[in-house]
Ligand binder design. Structure first.
Ligand SMILES: Cc1ncc(COP(=O)(O)O)c(C=O)c1O
Length: 378
C-alpha cells in the first residue's frame, strides 16, 4: 500500500487546465421554486421572520418523521446549534468519524470542544461503533455520526454507547435506515441544503429533534437568545443562525419535488453502474440494512492510479474529484495521535464522478468512456 498523506491526497483535487464540460454538480430548479420565490418577493417578507420558514420546517419534519425542525443558514450552523443545544463547550470531547467533510470536526472546535476522530467501518464508510467506543473518554459528551455520501451510519449500534448522538445527514437526503427516512435517527439530526446537495436552497441547513426541550433551547440560541415572550431581553448568549424566508421559499419547492429529485440522482448512479467495470472502478459498499441514496457517485481505483485517472478525466473536461483527506490528518486538528487506517485507505482510493438530477446519458457516456480510456492507458 502507498503511504500518501492526506495533504498529498488533497493535491488530487486541484482543478486541471481543461475547461469543464461536465460539472461535478448542478442544481435542478423548476417553475415551482421560481413561483414560491416570486411569492416571497412580492409579499416583502425576505428576512428570517417569514411564514415560509415555518412551512419549510413543518414540511421537513413531516418528511423525516421528526417532532421539531429549525431551519438555519447552512448545515454548519445546524451542527453548531446541535452542539450548543446539548451544552457542549470548552473541556468537552466529541467523537467524530475520520472519513467526512471537515465540518463536524471544525464545528466542535468552533464551540471550544475537542473533536476526537474514530475510524470508519470498511463495509459502510461510516463511523465504526467499536472505534467510537475506543475513542470515548470521561470527557466525551456526544458522538457525531455522518451519513457519509448518502449511506446511513449504524444508529442501533451507536445507541449502545449511551451518549447523545448527532446525526449529520448533510449528504443523505432520501436515504433510509432500517426502513425509516434518514434524518429521524440520533437525538438531533442535521441537513445541509447547499447548492451541491440533492435538495437545495443555495445555502441552507436544518436541525431536527423529537425533544421539545432541545428544540426550544436551539430556537432561543438561533435567535439572539431572545424568547418570543420577551423581545429584546437576552438571557443567554445567542446568535443569528436563521434561514431567510426567500431561502425557505426555494426550499419549499424542492421539498415538494423530493421524490423526483432523489429518484433522478439515484438514476444517475444506476446508469453509471450499468456502464462502469466494477473490477476497475469498484462502487462504494452498501450495508444490507441500509437504503443508500446517492449524493455524488463514488468509485475507487488503486491509490497509485487515482491521480492519473483524475488527470485524464480533467483533460476531457470532466470535473471528477478525489474525496476529502482523512480527518485525522487535517492540519486544523493538530495531531490527534490516532491512526485511522480504514479512513486513510478510502481517502487514497475514492473519487467522485459528476452527479446531478437530470444528467443526460450523453454526459454519463462521456465519463464512462473517459474512465475506460484511463484503464487502457494504465
Ligand atoms: C457531512 C457534512 N456536514 C456538514 C456540512 C456543512 O454543510 P454546509 O455546507 O451547508 O454548511 C457538509 C457540507 O457539505 C457535509 O458534507
Amino acid at each position: 500500500m502507498t503511504t500518501r498523506t492526506g495533504v498529498q491526497a488533497a493535491a488530487d483535487q486541484r482543478p486541471g487546465p481543461a475547461p469543464v464540460t461536465v460539472p461535478l454538480s448542478r442544481p435542478s430548479l423548476s417553475a415551482l421554486e421560481r413561483s414560491h420565490v416570486q411569492g416571497a418577493l412580492e409579499d416583502g417578507w425576505i428576512s428570517g421572520t417569514g411564514g415560509l420558514v415555518t412551512r419549510f420546517e413543518e414540511a421537513l419534519s413531516r418528511r423525516i418523521g421528526r417532532g421539531h425542525t429549525i431551519a438555519v443558514a447552512n448545515g454548519t450552523m445546524g451542527l453548531e446549534l446541535a452542539l450548543r443545544g446539548l451544552g457542549i463547550g470548552p473541556g468537552d470531547e466529541v467523537v467524530v468519524p475520520a472519513f467526512t467533510f471537515a465540518a463536524p470536526a471544525t464545528t466542535v472546535l468552533a464551540v471550544g470542544a475537542r473533536p476526537v476522530p474514530a475510524d470508519v467501518d470498511p463495509d459502510t464508510w461510516t463511523i465504526c461503533p467499536r472505534a467510537a467506543r475506543a475513542a470515548r473518554t470521561p470527557r466525551t459528551r456526544a458522538v457525531i455520526a455522518v451519513d457519509v455520501l448518502g449511506h446511513p451510519a449504524d444508529y442501533d449500534a451507536l445507541r449502545a454507547l449511551d451518549l447523545p448522538v448527532i446525526q449529520d445527514a448533510a449528504e443523505a437526503h432520501g436515504a433510509r435506515y432500517r426502513g425509516r427516512p434518514v434524518g429521524g435517527q440520533g437525538d438531533l439530526s442535521v441537513f445541509s441544503f447547499h447548492a451541491n446537495k440533492a435538495i437545495t436552497t443555495g445555502e441552507g441547513g436544518s436541525v431536527s429533534t423529537d425533544s421539545p426541550h432541545l428544540a426550544e433551547r436551539m430556537r432561543l440560541l438561533a435567535n439572539h437568545g431572545m424568547t418570543p415572550q420577551q423581545p429584546y431581553v437576552h438571557e443567554v448568549v445567542g446568535r443569528n443562525f436563521r434561514m431567510t424566508n426567500l431561502t425557505a421559499a426555494l426550499g419549499l419547492g424542492q421539498l415538494e419535488r423530493w421524490d423526483e429529485l432523489i429518484g433522478a440522482r439515484n438514476d444517475v448512479a444506476r446508469r453509471y453502474a450499468e456502464r462502469l467495470d466494477p473490477s476497475e472502478y469498484a462502487p462504494r459498499p452498501v450495508a444490507p440494512w441500509a437504503e443508500y441514496s446517492c449524493w455524488l457517485h463514488t468509485v475507487t481505483a488503486p491509490a497509485e492510479r487515482r491521480a492519473a485517472v483524475l488527470a485524464h478525466l480533467r483533460a476531457r473536461g470532466i470535473d471528477a474529484r478525489a474525496v476529502w483527506p482523512p480527518l485525522h490528518e487535517q492540519p486544523v486538528l493538530g495531531r490527534p495521535g490516532t491512526d485511522c487506517p480504514v479512513a486513510r485507505d478510502i481517502a487514497q482510493r475514492a473519487f467522485w464522478l459528476p452527479t446531478y438530477a437530470g444528467m443526460p446519458d450523453t454526459d454519463i457516456d462521456l465519463v464512462a468512456a473517459a474512465l475506460a480510456e484511463a484503464t487502457v492507458r494504465k
